[in-house]
Design a protein around this ligand. Sequence first.
Ligand SMILES: NC(=O)c1ccc[n+]([C@@H]2O[C@H](COP(=O)([O-])OP(=O)(O)OC[C@H]3O[C@@H](n4cnc5c(N)ncnc54)[C@H](OP(=O)(O)O)[C@@H]3O)[C@@H](O)[C@H]2O)c1
Length: 330
Amino acid sequence: MLYTTLPGTDLHVSSLCLGTADFGSTIDESTAFRMLDSFLDSGGNFIDTAKIYADWLPGERSISEKTIGRWLRQSSKRHRIILATKGAHPHLETMLTPRLSRAEILSDLDASLRHLGVEVIDLYWLHRDDPNRPVAEILETLNEAVRQGKIRAFGCSNWRVERIRAALETALAHRLVPFIADQMFWNLALVDPRTMGDSTLVAMDEPLRRYHNETGLAAIPYSSQANGFFNKMARGQVDALNPLHRQMYLHAENLARFQRADQLCRETGLSITQVVLGYLLSQPFPTVPIIGPRTLEQLADSLSAAEIRLTPEQIRTLEQGASRELPLEL
Ligand SMILES: NC(=O)c1ccc[n+]([C@@H]2O[C@H](COP(=O)([O-])OP(=O)(O)OC[C@H]3O[C@@H](n4cnc5c(N)ncnc54)[C@H](OP(=O)(O)O)[C@@H]3O)[C@@H](O)[C@H]2O)c1
């Protein structure tokens, strides 16, 4: 395992972060506990959850945070992990109504602390933005939470580049603690955000990438394995993609990207998972992909990429190299 210190913090995190959106729901608690233990045994220490996970299913609310809370109590491993969670997500039935008032942010944060059973959250994410709310007000609220000792650092998820820029400039001008990282949708595939089925998600694009490059702001991408698109292509199991993922990934440019990734696997002996995660791990600014394994086998496979680094030339080829003369239809 390799580690990196997120710039502007003392958060020393493993090169891969474990995503836990389905822990305690579609991934049952005992499997989730084994995955958490196995991640730590492999040197992983960075864990991502959210207050909203997995409230889209019937049953108990905030089941992922509560599952992690139970594991922390049972395992006594709190001191070994960098714990990240998210709040200020819209209610699921009113996704276009933002929830970033001071009261909403602070009450979500208190609920997360209770669910997790911890005194402090290492990295607190705003799960969405409210472009109509001044960034200064949002930053003041988060700075208050830092002063109160409830969070050690904070970042934004699904914010557009102009709002991130405004937030960092405002923090500098007002001597406030700034966002120290950005969590966005990003992977080797090329995805039209209009196909993602949720207009409040923000995908990495060229202006955002340029901004990360210029500022060195850390990127913590989610859906880093393109929801299994490349693995399914490699296994000839593209039929296993659900309708949303077919709509997002199944087009000519991504078939070409798969061909180039597959070619790189043949040339280097790397696995498709290593090439897909290696693509993110080799960016010129700090990038810590969130992995989303469903099984212990997938976890082990994804962790095999932790120390893979591709060359800038290999990255360029994956993005825009010529494709082999293969039919692009499936
Ligand atoms: N900030 C946000 O708004 C946001 C949004 C989404 C997710 N997240 C975070 O990111 C995490 C992961 O996101 P995600 O599930 O969307 O993305 P992902 O990791 O790209 O996709 C997960 C899927 O990829 C497949 N997969 C994963 N590892 C594999 C492996 N080693 N071999 C073969 N297939 C593999 C599995 O598909 P099958 O199940 O088909 O096998 C798995 O269900 C979440 O748990 C959450 O923590 C954050």
